[in-house]
Structures are given as structure tokens and as C-alpha cells.
Design a protein around this ligand. Structure first.
Ligand code: BGC
Length: 353
């Protein structure tokens, strides 16, 4: 009899202790790739704020583009027993085993911005239309340079490409979006790539490195543009645009012969460069909206609600096709940054001074 009461008491204590532990809300572990680029800092902050507002506890870690570090951060979250994971991978290829451990432990995973490849442990994917980013960039080039008119007139523009990281699924999507629009102009000579580097393999830049983009641009300028100016630098990332800008300045380019330069993320620095004319455009990705979509996916896996999904076909990760919400990317340049970025409340006027 005494034993039974003791047993009951211990049971009640365990119950009340565990309800005390969880009374504060469930814990979401967020993994972000790097703080070296501003967008991920915004992503992390937005996710954290929105989850905390809903009563979740949040842990947020950055891996500084170090794959081993991200693996150990993930293992650590799994070991701690977080309730849900949100992951923007450095290189998702190396996370597969730790993701399987999370699945074993019953911890659902949301892929954030970058698809998690070769795993069945991921429940949902929140991202932007990654191929769409490429088509928006390429259409911007096509319209700004009026490639159809150039073709008619038998004129041409020189162009070079600086594409994303080969271990990031987004990079090839973006490249394909670009080539869907520009390939025909390369084929008929309206666009001339003097380095001959037009394939994804030849133009991709590991870990989205600004330094590599700068070095590549310096080499291309030296080897291929001694007697002719480069007209278009088609880059996939604001960080690349900064590297390209430095290389062009080093090679003596001025406002007289400054090329059209594209980018992605509409970072503060990129927007300042757009204002002063040293970058032509960028892709605005509203990280507040992306966070909102990812938070609704966290709610779905933890509270049993239905998240909004708008794609169930494009994102096969080699293991499963992941139900996805794709946000829409928008081109920003001198003509619309005020309306989109400032009036839209993304940046204040002061931040851009
Ligand atoms: C993101 C881009 C970003 C790039 C480099 C990609 O996965 O989709 O928005 O520019 O990573 O950080």
C-alpha cells in the first residue's frame, strides 16, 4: 500500500515537473548558415521574434559557413530534445545523418530558404521562387538593354556570369531561370561572353564567396577585356556584386563605362550602391514574409494546423517531394527602391544614408 502511494506521488511529481518544463511553450531550434551576409541576420531575427510572439522558446545559431559546425549544432539541438527544427543549411549534404537522428527522436524539420537534400526527415519547405529569381534578373537585363532591339540592329553586349554555390540547391534553380531567358541571346550573338564561361559548372562560386567573385572578375577582366569593356555583370548575390564592383574599380572603370550589375537580397549596402549607381539592381526578398510562412509550418507540425502551401511539385530533394510555400521575388532599382524598401517599411531612409 505504502509503495503504491509512493509510486503515485512520484508519478504526480514527474507530471507536475514536466508540465512546469513545458508550460513556457515548446522550443524551436533554428540553424542559420552565416552572419557574414545581412539577409541571414534578418531572417534569424524575424523568425525568432515571430516565434516568441506566439509563445515558443527559440534557440538560434549561426554556423559561419562551416559545415562541421552546423552538423554539431544540429546534433546538439537533437540531443537537447528541441520540439521542432528550422534549418537554412550551409551544405545540406552533410546534415543527412543528423536529420535522420532528429526524425528518430520525433523532431520535425522545416527547411528554410534552402532545400534540405536527400532526406525524408523534412516536413515542409518555405522559400522564394528560386527559378523566378533567375528569370526576374534575366528579364531585367533583357528589358534594360533592350536585347530584342539590339538583335534587330545587329548589335551586341558583352556579359559575364557569377553564379551561386554548387552545394546550394537554389543556385542551380536560379541559373536555370537566367538561362531560360538569356540563352537565346547568347546563341545568336546578341550577348557575347568573352571568357566563354556560361555553364553552371564554370560560373558557380563555392559558399557564395565575395572574395572568389572578386578574384574571378579580376581574372576575367585581365584575360578577356583588355581592349573592350564589359557591359553586363550578371551576378546571383549582392556579395558578388560587391566583389565585382571592387574588381571594376581596380581595373579603372568609371561612370563612363560602368556595366549593368545585378544582385540578390537587396541588402543595405547593395541598396546604397543602387542609389549611387555602382550596382544596377537587386532582388528584394521580404524575409519578414518568409519567416511568417516558416512559422506557420512550425505551427502546423506542432499544433496540427494546416500551413499554406503553393507548390507540391518543384522541390524534390532526391528522397521526397517537399510541400513548399514559395514567396515572390521582386526586382529593385533606382526607380522603385523608395516605394518598395522604404515605403514598404523594410528599411528606413536613415539606414540608406
Ligand atoms: C539565398 C539567397 C542568398 C544566397 C547567399 C541563397 O540560398 O536564396 O537569397 O543570396 O543564398 O546567401
Amino acid at each position: 500500500m505504502k509503495k503504491a502511494v509512493a509510486c503515485l506521488l512520484t508519478g504526480a511529481m514527474v507530471l507536475s515537473m514536466s508540465s512546469a518544463v513545458f508550460a513556457e511553450g515548446e522550443t524551436v531550434g533554428i540553424l542559420m548558415p552565416t552572419q557574414s551576409s545581412e539577409r541571414w541576420i534578418n531572417d534569424g531575427n524575424n523568425m525568432k521574434a515571430q516565434l516568441e510572439e506566439k509563445g515558443y522558446n527559440v534557440e538560434l545559431q549561426y554556423a559561419e559557413d562551416d559545415t562541421a559546425q552546423q552538423v554539431s549544432q544540429l546534433e546538439n539541438y537533437v540531443g537537447k530534445g528541441v520540439d521542432c527544427l528550422v534549418i537554412a543549411a550551409v551544405d545540406s549534404g552533410v546534415l543527412v545523418n543528423a536529420e535522420a537522428q532528429a526524425k528518430e527522436a520525433g523532431i520535425p524539420i522545416i527547411a528554410y530558404d534552402r532545400l534540405l537534400m536527400d532526406t525524408d526527415a523534412v516536413s515542409y519547405y518555405a522559400t522564394f521562387d528560386n527559378k523566378g529569381v533567375g528569370t526576374v534578373i534575366a528579364n531585367y537585363i533583357k528589358e534594360t538593354k533592350d536585347l530584342d532591339a539590339a538583335r534587330e540592329a545587329g548589335e551586341s553586349y558583352t556579359i559575364e556570369f557569377f553564379m551561386g554555390s554548387p552545394d546550394d540547391n537554389n543556385a542551380l534553380f536560379l541559373y536555370n531561370g537566367i538561362m531560360e531567358v538569356l540563352q537565346e541571346y547568347l546563341d545568336d550573338g546578341t550577348l557575347v561572353c568573352k571568357s566563354g564561361r556560361t555553364s553552371f559548372e564554370d560560373t558557380c562560386i563555392l559558399r557564395w564567396s565575395q572574395e572568389t567573385a572578386q578574384a574571378n572578375c579580376e581574372n576575367i577582366l585581365t584575360a578577356n577585356y583588355a581592349d573592350e569593356d564589359i557591359d553586363i555583370c550578371c551576378t546571383a548575390f549582392d556579395g558578388f556584386a560587391y566583389g565585382v564592383k571592387a574588381a571594376l574599380l581596380g581595373a579603372g572603370y568609371t561612370t563612363e563605362n560602368w556595366p549593368l550589375i545585378t544582385g540578390q537580397d537587396a541588402e543595405v549596402m547593395a541598396t546604397k550602391n543602387i542609389i549611387d549607381g555602382t550596382q544596377t539592381m537587386s532582388i528584394y526578398k521580404d524575409t519578414r514574409l518568409l519567416a511568417e510562412k516558416a512559422v506557420s509550418m512550425v505551427d502546423a507540425v506542432l499544433q496540427g494546423s494546416e500551413p499554406e502551401i503553393n507548390d507540391t511539385e518543384q522541390y524534390n530533394n532526391g528522397s521526397i517531394t517537399v510541400p513548399t510555400y514559395m514567396c515572390t521575388p521582386v526586382a529593385v532599382d533606382q526607380s522603385n527602391y523608395q516605394e518598395i524598401l522604404i515605403d514598404g517599411g523594410y528599411y528606413t531612409e536613415d539606414q540608406l544614408k
